[in-house]
Design a protein around this ligand. Structure first.
Ligand SMILES: Nc1ncnc2c1ncn2[C@@H]1O[C@H](COP(=O)(O)OP(=O)(O)OP(=O)(O)O)[C@@H](O)[C@H]1O
Ligand SMILES: [Mg+2]
Length: 150
């Protein structure tokens, strides 16, 4: 199984995973991908997830990010216990509390960077009085000020 490492210590966890098990298939075809993973994610810390190909990193990240649900275990995230929730309830947690930076990013290619951020604000129902300004500031904050209209 992949190992999660921590860069520094201190605060209360934002996310607590306990004994996360993920099994797919049934009977002779059953495969246990995660065999009881426990870990915390703490605000302000950098956590690295490392392991050989096929060790379950993507599966674990998908469960921690509420894309998949675990077969058993507990996942405490933003005041919710996420294991066993419906896909609608998981989508609500993702919408409000989770951000992904995908290796192959899932942007709308025909929209500009600002327009892509505006879509995300709409999904969160978080358009401000000046949404373009909000989106522009968000892009500048992550060093993408030069890509705003591309
Ligand atoms: N939906 C699925 N159906 C069948 N097998 C799956 C499924 N999802 C994951 N697996 C298997 O579970 C194991 C872990 O997969 P996972 O993609 O989580 O590994 P990984 O550590 O992310 O690998 P990589 O470093 O190659 O990205 C692999 O053996 C994979 O084939
Ligand atoms: Mg992977």
């Amino acid at each position: 199984m992949a190992k999660a490492g921590r860069a520094s210590g201190g605060q209360r966890p934002l996310l607590e995973a306990r004994n996360i098990v993920k099994t797919i298939g049934t009977g002779a075809g059953e495969l246990q991908i995660l065999k009881g993973v426990s870990m915390d994610l703490v605000p302000g810390e950098l956590t690295l997830l490392m392991g050989p190909s096929g060790s379950g990193k993507t599966t674990l990240l998908s469960i921690l990010g509420c894309i998949l649900t675990a077969t058993s275990g507990e996942l405490h995230l933003a005041g919710h216990q996420a294991v066993g929730l419906s896909s609608e309830a998981l989508a609500e947690i993702r919408r409000l509390h989770v951000g992904f930076v995908f290796q192959s990013y899932n942007l709308f290619p025909t929209l500009t960077a600002v327009e892509n951020v505006l879509v995300a604000l709409d999904v969160r129902d978080a358009r401000s009085a000046d949404p373009i300004q909000t989106a522009t500031e968000a892009l500048k904050a992550v060093g993408l000020g030069h890509r705003i209209n591309t």
